[in-house]
Structures are given as C-alpha cells and as structure tokens.
Ligand binder design. Structure first.
Ligand code: F3S
Length: 65
C-alpha cells in the first residue's frame, strides 16, 4: 500500500505528521512531505488510514496497488 499526497490540496494543517510521523513530515512552512516515497510498512497501515481520515483538505489517499 502506498500513500498519495496531493500538494495542491495540502494547506499545512499538520495532522498527518502528528498522527503518522513515520510516514509524513512537514517542510519549513508546514506543508506535508511523504516519507520513503510513500511506501507504507504493514505496521503503519492503520496510521496511514488515520492520517488520510484526519486531513481536513482530503489531500491524502491510499493506493492499494
Ligand atoms: Fe497537509 Fe492535510 Fe497533512 S492539509 S499537512 S496533508 S493534514
């Protein structure tokens, strides 16, 4: 599973890297960056789902492919 981040939607709310710091970080202005090329380790799957659910801009989607 991979995480897909839409930089056009991200407004820097920061919930993603608070909920899933192993998967996201923030740039100098607080906008999200996906770590590890968006790859989600199996033990981070629930955090990835939580990050996607908690982004108020719907900037995060999960790709099962
Ligand atoms: Fe951006 Fe959403 Fe995270 S707005 S910083 S992707 S919570």
């Amino acid at each position: 599973m991979k995480v897909r981040l839409d930089p056009d939607r991200c407004q820097g709310h920061g919930r993603c890297y608070t909920v899933a710091p192993a998967l996201f970080s923030g740039d100098d202005e607080g906008y999200a960056l996906a770590l590890a090329d968006g790859e989600i380790p199996a033990d981070q799957a629930r955090r990835a789902e939580s990050a996607a659910a908690n982004c108020p801009e719907h900037a995060i989607t999960l790709d099962d492919a």
